[in-house]
Ligand binder design. Structure first.
Ligand code: SF4
Ligand SMILES: [Zn+2]
Length: 352
């Protein structure tokens, strides 16, 4: 019997350490959204071997002076073009193992002075405390706040045994209750493409997880297609032929399955991330991340679809776009290959 904790910790061992002067990384700037990721020692769950698909890197603990200098000098906080900022670290921004309370308050103070109206914090549900939430509320009483939590799957088997994620549903529910009671929004991230599942089971897993998330009061759910990251157990499995990166058409199939069961209002709140728009966290001399695959004949259409989907203002429009993408005349062969892999998925159920 193999132990995923050990395999994943071993896989992390050779990952490069973040450069000391790289205090924070900025992702995106399109459509008024920016993600700001502060360097940290790394996710405490990752250090235990949790989450065989994840590597956000490892670095050093920042000093209050470093954070203070960054916040003072970064023009980002003064921008009137940015309407939303997501604050993260290499794991959980509310975890004092990664960001000390002193550093966190410096960030909050800078956000308080900023014109940016919507602020998100990305963190593990076990790090959500009433104290941290109250602190955010005190510093940012007039902002729209959301807390974004990794959830991945409703299935205990998928989450705990296949992905090796250390997360209890009871803890997630409690964190969501505290977040919502504080008047903040909860965003849950769901993974598409778990290892050890058939394509049909992956779709069924996503459908039950997303439905559950909305039923529990998530304001938004974000679908994350698996990107196979170097220095993870999943990357090792891929190299041994035990895992095949998912197709972009599986993303379309998952969105279609979701469009059949969700209300239009829920579809309007179903986001998509890491569909292939992200760049590697490590420089070019290191192994590359593997995003979902497709053939050259459909790539442009798919990326145009993703843009339109994300910009669509209503669930109805999103459903139309999905339908159109599924049935559009195209000379691409990879779509047909993918469809034949999980024909009949609507009749399939997951037995756990
Ligand atoms: S998915 Fe979240 S909890 Fe898991 S290792 Fe990555 S950052 Fe940590
Ligand atoms: Zn194709």
């Amino acid at each position: 019997m193999f132990n995923l904790d050990i395999i994943n910790v071993e896989a992390h061992m050779d990952r490069p350490h973040a450069l000391p002067d790289s205090v924070a990384t900025v992702w995106g700037r399109e459509s008024g959204f920016v993600q700001l990721c502060f360097q940290s020692r790394g996710c405490r769950f990752s250090d235990m071997g949790s989450c065989i698909m994840c590597d956000y890197g490892c670095g050093s603990e920042l000093t209050a002076e470093q954070v203070s200098n960054f916040c003072r000098e970064s023009e980002l906080f003064n921008s009137r073009e940015i309407s939303e900022i997501l604050i993260g670290t290499y794991g959980s921004v509310l975890d004092e193992y990664e960001i000390s309370s002193e550093c966190f308050r410096i960030i909050l103070q800078r956000l308080r002075e900023s014109p940016i109206q919507m602020v998100g914090f990305e963190t593990h549900c076990d790090t959500v405390t009433e104290e941290k939430l109250r602190e955010i509320k005190e510093y940012l009483p007039d902002k729209k706040i959301y807390i974004e939590l990794g959830f991945e799957s409703l299935s205990d088997k998928v989450r705990e045994k296949y992905l090796n994620k250390k997360l209890k549903i009871a803890n997630l529910k409690q964190a969501m209750m505290h977040i919502n009671q504080m008047g903040f929004m909860t965003i849950l991230n769901v993974l598409l493409g778990s290892p050890f599942l058939t394509p049909s089971e992956q779709i069924a897993d996503v459908v039950s997880s997303v439905q559950w998330a909305f039923q529990q009061g998530a304001a938004h759910v974000v679908l994350f297609p698996v990107n196979v990251k170097p220095y993870t157990a999943l990357y090792r499995f891929m190299n041994e032929g035990l895992y095949r990166p998912i197709s972009h058409w599986r993303v379309i199939a998952a969105l279609h399955a979701l469009s059949q069961v969700l209300e239009e209002e829920e579809m309007a709140c179903l986001g998509l991330s890491w569909y292939g728009e992200r760049t590697d966290i490590y420089s070019e001399e290191f192994p590359r991340m593997v995003p979902p695959r497709c053939c050259p004949d459909c790539r442009e259409e798919l990326f145009s679809f993703y843009q339109q989907y994300l910009q669509a203002e209503s669930g109805r429009r999103r459903n139309q776009l999905i339908d159109n993408m599924r049935t559009k005349a195209m000379k691409c062969h990879c779509r047909e290959e993918e469809w034949s892999e999980f024909a009949g998925y609507t009749e399939r159920r997951m037995y756990f």
